[in-house]
Design a protein around this ligand. Sequence first.
Ligand code: AMP
Ligand code: MG
Length: 493
Amino acid sequence: MTRLPDFAFDNSYHRELSGAYAQWQGDKVPAPQMLKLNVALAEELGLDPDALAGDAGALVLSGMRAPAGAAPLAMAYAGHQFGGFSPQLGDGRALLVGELIDRFGKRRDLHLKGSGRTPFSRGGDGKAALGPVLREYLVGEAMYALGVPTTRALAAVTTGEKIHRESGAKDGAVLARVASSHLRVGSFQFFAARGDTAMLQKLADYAIARHDPDLVGRDGRYLDVLKRVAERQASLVAQWVNLGFVHGVMNTDNMTISGETIDYGPCAFLDSYSPQASFSSIDQQGRYAYGNQPNIAAWNLARLAECLLGLISPEDDTAIKQATEVINAVPALYQAQWLKGLRQKLGLLREKDGDLALASGFLMTMQGQNVDYTNAFRALSDVLLGDPSPLRALYDDPAKELDAWLAAYAARSGAERASPEARAAAMQAVNPLYIPRNHKVEEALQAAEAGDMASFERLLSILQSPFTPQKGAAAYASGAPDSFGPYKTFCGT
Ligand code: AMP
Ligand code: MG
């Protein structure tokens, strides 16, 4: 038998939370092959990239063979999907292989997506198609490079199997991903829906030990953990919004306790600025539209709060009052994070009253003007350096609203102590030149599906340095051509 790579697993979820998962194995697949390995991440995890790169790595990261020390399992969770509650979802096509302690001493989940049916599969085939696997790889790694908390892609493995989707037969693949955990709001909902307070408490204490160890054993920790998750999610969604990212499927089972972005299914980035922007074919009401993400985050956090009530206080009234205070504070938490990000994007290094109005004013100038959101912010550093023409050129009709705003911006800039050069440099470190442009992502995925990984590799390499101008990369720094048409995304299933 092939010698499998070594992993120093330490499987705390398996050890401590029986009742929250089903032990399981991946499917046998005809021809597992390593398509793309994230060498830097493998090294960060203390793994041997050479051992993973070959056939033995493909056997393990397709889920076909469990290496020594692994305790593969499908996690149980519930969730609100588009507002409707399912008391049992769970990993229907995924496995938690085990946990690793990385080079920085951080515990990370090694998880496979597309490894076959599990007891939670319901009607699904348990598989993943190559296109969605590579989309998650690409966009997740881009988010990481942009500084956004996210799960990471360790590998994409092809299975040699054809799988069936509405659009036809597709090549099967498995994504190996790494997360600081896979605990989600839906993990709590699973036990809350069953009225299982003992498991809820176990899960909450487990989550605290993993993500908020300073709260371990403290009185009031269940209220505090709610606050922490709220803070992390407020900060995460503010980063999404400031980058023009639309997650597309913010169901409660896709909202982590860690504050990492998870599940890049029907996600997309804005080209032109529009709060109503919504790309997912299944989100017809725009529930998960770009500008609605903060509201949905607050709604999801309220669902988490409901699960924790019995742990927060034995007195219903007290628990409700305390949890409600936390939830009511979410919009302000979000707004503070959003404004903090916008100040950086605008090169406002000091804080002044009126910054919120100034920032909102800039967004207002873009409304209905077909202005590229990413490039407009990038062009602001040129404004500071004395050249407003790149910004003006982005507007269909650079009307007096833009002039008025530029005058207000110039006046506000007068209150800054740093030099325009220093401010422009700071802005260029937060306003990307390169984001995963929808049409470029589609182009790369289509080529990959046809067997050519060159576009994927080129795009990935550009996205790994999103703030630095790169030779010959101009085509990666603008929105889709009209011929691309209105963009629609489909769930990764
Ligand atoms: P997602 O929208 O990818 O977060 O998935 C929502 C739920 O559907 C989770 O319980 C998944 O495990 C499950 N699921 C998605 N795709 C499949 C599939 N092809 N087979 C089985 N279960 C799936
Ligand atoms: Mg999911």
